[in-house]
Design a protein around this ligand. Structure first.
Ligand code: ZN
Length: 171
């Protein structure tokens, strides 16, 4: 019984006997490129959040999340070592890129990660768990949700530079 009300996000007494209030969305005014707040008002976000917890079933909630996430694998090249001659050893790393969508009354709109998580009162971990089965196993453990990505442009420039100097040395 205790577990069910927790899944529904209703006010409940937790395992140590402390009363936990019902889930409430944190008011947000997101100014990112997806214009999240323009599409989904705090009022609507409250409804989306309530609907999510009203399902009260973790499998349905997982489905719900999977329908709102687009997971892509992105190949990135990285220079591992560089010889004085300019010959580089490159490694391919695969990173996971996730696009987040929210839906309300037939309107589906892409939102940023933080807007998505805050609206559904979820942690990155909850999303990772939900998406785990969606990709090749194991890839998610390497995922960086904090937005720290290797500088791709820089690597490409360096690579181009080396190719250029190698070409010149062949002339
Ligand atoms: Zn946003």
């Amino acid at each position: 019984m205790r577990k069910t009300s927790k899944l529904k996000g209703e006010a409940h007494i937790n395992s140590v006997g402390v009363s936990v209030p019902a889930e409430e969305v944190i008011p947000l005014n997101c100014k990112c490129r997806f214009k999240c707040s323009e599409t989904f008002s705090n009022d609507v976000r409250g409804k989306i959040c309530a609907d999510y917890y009203a399902m009260g079933d973790k499998f349905r909630q997982k489905d719900y999340l999977l329908q709102r996430l687009i997971v892509r694998r992105v190949q990135r090249r990285r220079i591992v070592s560089k010889e004085p001659s300019g010959i580089e050893t490159l490694s391919q790393t695969t990173q996971i890129s996730v696009a987040y969508y929210l839906e309300y009354q037939g309107t589906r709109h892409r939102v940023c990660q933080s807007f998505f998580l805050k609206t559904l009162c979820l942690s990155n971990r909850a999303v990772m768990t939900a998406t785990d089965g969606k990709t090749v196993s194991g890839t998610f453990s390497k995922m960086d949700f904090r937005g720290r990505q290797p500088s791709v442009n820089k690597t490409d420039d360096e690579h181009r530079q080396t190719v250029k100097s190698r070409r010149e040395s062949l002339l």
